[in-house]
Design a protein around this ligand. Sequence first.
Ligand code: FAD
Length: 533
Amino acid sequence: MRRWNGWGDDAVVYPLPDAAGRFLADRLGPATPPRDAGFDQTVAAVPPSRLPAHPLVTTDPDLRARHARGQSLPDWIALRSARIPAFPDGVAFPATREDVRDLIAYARESGARLIPYGGGTSVCGHVNPLPGDAPVLTVSLARMNGLAQFDETSHLATFGAGITGPDLEAELRARGFTFGHFPQSFELSTLGGWIATRSSGQQSLGYGRIEHLFAGGRLESPAGTLELPAFPASAAGPDLREIVLGSEGRLGIITEATVRVSPLPERERFHAVFFPDMERGTAAVRELVQSRVPLSMLRLSTPVETETTLILAGHERLVQMLERFLAMRGAGSGKCMLLIGFTGRTALVQTARREAIGIAGLHGGVRLGGAAVGKQWQKGRFRIPYLRNTLWETGYAVDTLETATSWTNLPKLLGAVEPALRTALLAVGERVHVFTHLSHFYADGASVYTTYLFRVATDPEETRRRWQAAKTAASRAIVAHGGTISHHHGVGIDHAPYLAAEKGELGMAVLRDVCARFDPGGIMNPGKLLPPP
Ligand SMILES: Cc1cc2nc3c(=O)[nH]c(=O)nc-3n(C[C@H](O)[C@H](O)[C@H](O)COP(=O)(O)OP(=O)(O)OC[C@H]3O[C@@H](n4cnc5c(N)ncnc54)[C@H](O)[C@@H]3O)c2cc1C
């Protein structure tokens, strides 16, 4: 069963290796396991519903509690302390687009607000009801999750927007195809959520981001239905898909999407290369991307992330042997790990591997003989988020943030975000362990993905203050140093105050006008994406 207050299936546990526990105690101080509230306590806090009865709406407190929050760190703090300022007044599970239209009409008549809900994996407060006088109805797309059409000739597939990653891939794999969109939240996130947040999968270098994969679909909005035909390309004026992408539930509910799919690759391998330092690693990945070597993934970890990843891997003696081997070849204490993904036809994979290893070697990259590290990564790629549960239960809070910038600006941005986080809790005498990798590469730049850990306090409000201090420091550093406030997590509540810095006054006014055109009554997911005027 899905965990109500953490990540994933509650039968799956990712134990913290002993060495990792010692490492964190050394970096952050010893931790005290927090005393979390139970599910009963949370359900008991659910107030009576303010919604009138409707056959599609359930007001069951258990379901309302399970749909009250997403997966951001402040969401976890709220859930685990049973301090949730607002719950949805009801949850609906429409099965057809007519049901969705019916719910929009019901919301208009009853004065309710609607929150579209995919997998609830948002890490920016996207699905949280906000306190207020209007009742809130969360609309889960969980039942709109089927394959509607498959066009093998054009490599297009049409799905209900509520389909999750594993179900979508299973449908395609049965036909010899893949979507190739693998966000780390793959297990629980949905097609509609990916589109509504402009998501990016781990192999975006090969398959493209969601905006490249989203060919068309349908949005049901309070103002009517928006049909987006799936053309391979079109010069018929501005592309309306672009305003649905990243709309975060503000314009309406995406009920169906047509996506571009690819044949299953003949071969797929992930290899690790180690560089003596970040400068040489960065130069190598830039050259790899700019010379268009056909790769499906690149992920370059800073020295601290490399060290942390190897410790978290848990195989102490193997890691020691590996480190000795690398040090003898010039990749010592400042080493950076690069993971490279090769995906496609066998001949293409072989050529790409030769090219990539050659370019990496020119920058001092040390290749490991086998593919053990790459295989290990591939095996655990969707398991890593489970570590968040264990770390929290040990007494360490984990959060991640991400941005993107040009190659030219990258050193400046990296040099600002990490120190901002590292020093954010000095005033309260706490340390922050910070590490970063570069991922999602483009010819003109890359995304910067930073993870930070700090100790959970005894008082949940103090834990929240710690998170807020770190998040604010990092967000300000991103805005001040030329990064976007989000490369793939979206805006939600947490990033809304920083949006105007990159959209500008006119840009913000245009976004408000678009929302008002689709949703004149302001019933769709208020308070998200655009801060209240
Ligand atoms: C452990 C973890 C790892 C993650 N890794 C990645 C990653 O690698 N890449 C990445 O891009 N993101 C990642 N995320 C963030 C998150 O998974 C993405 O934002 C994802 O796209 C959200 O999808 P969802 O179905 O869970 O949407 P939800 O969280 O349910 O909703 C997100 C937003 O989309 C809107 N929405 C959802 N469905 C619809 C619909 N059908 N119509 C209209 N609006 C809708 C909601 O109203 C809300 O505003 C990660 C999150 C976690 C917790």
